[in-house]
Design a protein around this ligand. Sequence first.
Ligand code: GLV
Length: 327
Amino acid sequence: MSYVFVTRRVPGRAVELLREAGHGVDVWDGEMPPGSDILRERLLEADAALTLVTDPVGPDLLAAAPRLRVVANMAVGYDNIDADAAAAAGVWATNTPGVLHETTADLAFALLLAAARNVVLGDRDTRDGGWRTWSPTAFLGHDPFGATLGIVGLGEIGRAVARRARGFGMTVLAATRTPRPGVERELGVEGVSLTELLERSDFVTLHVPYGPETEHLMGPAEFAAMKETAILVNTARGGVVDQDALVEALRTGAIGGAALDVTVPEPLPLDHPLYEFPNVVITPHIGSGSHATRARMAEMAAENIIAVLAGEEPPNPVNRPPNPRSA
Ligand code: GLV
């Protein structure tokens, strides 16, 4: 019998699917991720791992996992996995594309609206007893309706955000690494350079994967190019933003605010300066966090494992081992 280690309790039928396929399943029961020692110990015996973005899978761990055939990440991003090292070791790495873009686009929009209209500040104020009368001047924000939205990265999530922006009468600009005129035309989006996007947008939302090419894509020069009233939304990965530069931009008023679902590190320590700004909204990496989507993500990760353990190619590989390990 093959043995699958699942690194946290996951929603939906994922564990059932694995068991129905005849595999032994061990689910880590802690609220916190298994530490690296535990992960190493469990992977010593495991044929497959269902991992989360909180589980770093690097060459050392792979070297200590002689039976491992697949690491199935329950996420579309897989920067926690060294996919090349996995391929070299004969281990498939997989992700969950196509199921979380609408949910994540919803959160990007929720953050945009929350920051633009002071939703979180207003909520805090009512709870603190600050709501004494209707005020003509309190909590004034900026209108998303009719504003210019800059989308950085036009993958599945960026495109889903663009579709939502139409309903808000927004002018939508997009900066992409490779020009995508067909996609831009279809979405009614204007393709521009990153600099032009930053200069013209009232809201800038990031939808690129994290990696060497996108690390600190938003740095001092980029914040300086933004409008002083503009709001940055990040539901991608914390490392896409140079956080020190963001703090500085907020401190000097170079930008109007930020709404972040992702930070470096996660969780963001409570003494971090980003918490000091009233015009910053921070959520705990919940972009894909709807009941239905998280269940589907876990099931998709299980399906990838089931395929590999049956000797097939997984449906959602992010690497291609030249010599996949076999049973
Ligand atoms: C979550 O962050 C994901 O990449 O799916």
